[in-house]
Design a protein around this ligand. Structure first.
Ligand code: ACM
Length: 467
């Protein structure tokens, strides 16, 4: 009943029961993983799970293990104990999530549950993901989300072995990342006076320390954060702070409406962009930085030149630019969001592609046409089944779901939109042979884990079907 479905599971007759005498043995480099295991199991079980040389749970980091790749793991549970092995810390982190799912679902509760028998069934599991990019994009620009909300999303991604959190940090309606050389980006660009005439100011920004904390929290769980700094369009919050960077140059407030704004950076802003990206590279150590590049009214030659220069700055520093549209540079990663021809063109050119088609991965669309759905982006319904069948042309690195937040303010609403659709994404990208019927069966059990985690109640219903 594990989500996402492991590659190979063989049942053994005898399992292992965790109790107050159970301890954990680690090999060098696996200490983090032991801490993660303890922090995940202790709230509900109350078990101390100390480190000890004769521990019955063995967590082994072994770079010489073959066949497990960058994220796979091998897990054995028998009457003597538990052996988790991986060649990477990410593999260990995924294996620990599997141990958690093998326990009774009460283990997902946030506080002590008594009278539960914490027995792991006997198993031999060997588990390797099908695709290396299993992502989730959270738009913290349209509605700012405090650190604890993002941190909880990281935890929920980790449950599902998703591995890339794409943070959409800047847009017309708000700039959320501090840049010391340009303090007005957050003090002015971080706030709008109202939203669509509601008269209520909205804003916020992270500190550098908070962002670094999120990066570390994610890394311990096998997740990397890909920041997005939108350019040259979707830049009105930055232009409210520094109007001279714009094409027009006239001062305009942070945008209070949704849609495609007609303001954008001019090519003369590229020095500013390099300074911003240098700060981004210090805070976010991951391989990719997203430059946006969509929905911009600049002439296409200027638009292309802008993204070429910004992308080169990243490439010069050993990073890879990502964009919503092909940028003209074959070294950039593309996230086709409109249709599959975008993907085919990029793949023909030999570019890296991560699928993000709006008709199967945009979570701001309602997940059913039922009467209880909160209002969302009009135009489509995207069901779990649609997400499960996201087109994955040969050669793509994977896919990600997008949670744009024009219509979403609260954590409960965000999580309602995210689940169970993110579970569907995770299952279809991780499983070697994804199969919708099997997923819906496992999802019935998995829903009780989400319920124990207080992912909003509406999520407990079965994944909805197109009628
Ligand atoms: C997008 O939805 N404009 C990427």
């Amino acid at each position: 009943m594990i989500v996402p479905l492991p590659t190979r599971v063989v049942r053994r007759s005898k399992g292992f029961t965790l109790d107050r005498a159970t301890s954990v043995r680690v090999t060098p480099g696996a200490e983090h993983a032991a801490r993660l295991l303890r922090s995940l199991l202790r709230p509900a079980t109350g078990l101390p799970l100390p480190i000890a040389d004769n521990g019955q749970i063995v967590i082994a980091l072994d770079a010489k293990l073959v066949g497990l790749g960058a994220e796979g793991y091998a897990l054995t549970v028998n009457e003597h104990g538990v052996l988790l092995r991986a060649g990477t810390t990410a593999g260990l982190a995924h294996g620990i999530q599997t141990i958690r799912q093998l326990l009774p679902t009460e283990v997902f509760r946030p506080s002590r549950v008594s009278e539960v028998d914490w027995t792991l069934p006997g198993v031999d599991i060997r588990d390797v993901p099908r695709l290396p990019w299993r992502g989730f994009m959270l738009d913290v620009a349209r509605h700012f989300q405090p650190v604890h909300v993002v941190r909880r999303f990281i935890d929920l991604m980790a449950v599902h072995k998703l591995n890339v959190l794409h943070l959409h940090l800047t847009d017309d309606q708000g700039w959320r990342m501090p840049v010391p050389s340009h303090p007005l980006l957050t003090s002015i660009g971080g706030w709008r006076t109202e939203t669509n005439g509601d008269g209520v100011p909205h804003g916020g920004a992270y500190t550098r320390g908070e962002l670094e904390g999120l990066v570390a929290h994610a890394a311990e769980r096998g997740i990397r954060i890909m920041p997005e700094i939108e350019m040259p369009g979707h830049a009105r919050a930055a232009l409210a702070a520094y109007p001279e960077l714009g094409v027009a140059g006239e001062p305009l407030p942070v945008w209070t409406r949704w849609g495609i704004s007609d303001s954008s950076f001019g090519l003369h802003a590229i020095g500013f962009v390099r300074e911003v990206l240098s700060e981004v590279l210090e805070v976010f150590p991951g391989s990719h930085v997203h430059l946006g590049g969509d929905e911009c009214l600049l002439p296409s030659d200027v638009h292309g030149e802008f993204l070429r220069q910004a992308g080169n700055h990243l490439l010069d520093h050993g990073r890879v630019p990502a964009a919503w549209e092909p940028t003209g540079d074959p070294r950039a990663l593309v996230m086709p969001w409109k249709d599959e021809t975008q993907a085919a063109t990029a793949l023909e050119r030999g570019q890296d592609v991560v699928m993000a088609p709006h008709t199967s991965t945009y979570l701001d669309y309602p997940q059913s046409d039922g009467p209880h759905e909160p209002p969302g982006q009009p135009g489509h319904v995207v069901t779990s089944r649609d997400v499960y069948h996201v087109p994955l042309p040969d050669g793509v690195l994977g896919a990600q779901c997008q949670l744009w937040t024009e219509h979403v303010r609260t954590r409960e609403h965000l999580e309602h939109l995210a689940f169970p659709r993110l579970a569907a994404l995770a299952d279809t990208l991780w499983s070697q042979r994804p199969e919708w019927e099997g997923f819906t069966t496992r999802m019935r059990h998995h829903a009780s884990r989400l319920a124990a985690l207080s992912v909003p109640a509406e999520v407990r219903r079965e994944p909805c079907e197109h009628s």
